[in-house]
Write a protein that binds this ligand. Sequence first.
Ligand code: TRP
Ligand code: SF4
Length: 366
Amino acid sequence: MTENTSITSRPRVLSGMRPTGRLHLGNYMGALYNWVQLQDTYDCFFFIADLHALTTDYADPSTLRQNIRDVALDFLSAGLDPERSTIFIQSHVPQHAELHTLFSMFTPLPWLERVPTYKDQQEQLREKDLNTYGFLGYPLLQSADILLYQPDFVPVGHDQIAHVELTREVARRFNSLYCSQPTPAIEKARADHSDKEIIAAEVAANNVTNGILPEPKVLLTPSPKLPGLDGRKMSKSYNNTLMLSEPEADVRAKLKTMVTDPARIRRTDPGNPDICPVFDLHKVFSSEEKQAEVRQGCTTAGIGCIQCKGWVADAIVSVITPIQERRRILEADPDNVDAILWDGSARARRRAIQTLQHVRQAMGLE
Ligand code: TRP
Ligand code: SF4
């Protein structure tokens, strides 16, 4: 595709997703569904963060290739449109790794050590040895992902806010180190060897200088509460998911087993939708009218849970069926999918090379 000015003059967004296998409905509603909508308004860059997958799965990369393929199919079948979005694979744009290395030169270690996900994930993934350089650098690689493309916004969920914050600090530090005359305050702090004051002075200085790497903002993705079959948050590790590619019969069968208001034991007991996880699914997938009908029927014992689950199954099936149809068409033509990723990665590289040229120059490498 030729670079179209009416598209490229729009504000830009960039986001990425780690390839951890096929998406479930929680992944879809929490990210991809929103990305598809963003294409109407923004110049979009979306990528598969395969290097990030290696930060936790370096010991067994055997599934990576298939996972990348599955996520690519999920992206495209959900409606990411290569005509409107630059869709690419992180490792196919080697500038991500290069910028990460350059950033690592001036990023203070404590900035990385205090990112909340660092210790949290190490605790949660006890079975893996995450005492690695790459894992500590995870959010810095993410900063490189972002700053390579100068997006205005980074659409992410709550859990990623700290990573975008770090990105902003890295941009600020880069800009003040390499793109501006140091202010007297910075010079004094440097002479005093006070790291704290240097950073404070840099922050103050950045308000008046315009650097090579503009600071992006978070675009918080509305992510509805999506319970899994057991009522806990839908998550692969709880084994309670419905997949985006789940066959209709399985969706219906699985939903029949979903937990409901535990106090509603007999068909004649009225229920309370406000504590029922099935109703949380209605809130995401059913119309307002249907939700009102469920509430009325449930609280008066006018409907049974089986019927209620049938309705939510209908709503979910109507969302995933067109996605699955597109997926089948794409699966039948793998060369086409490869070509889309190939083109997207080439387009991303062109942008990334430009940024790297400026960065290399600023850091004395040209
Ligand atoms: N860390 C993100 C996640 O787990 C994925 C990601 C990698 C990302 N690089 C990014 C998101 C750049 C936004 C921008 O969801
Ligand atoms: Fe939950 Fe629906 Fe049963 Fe009410 S009728 S308890 S909302 S499953």
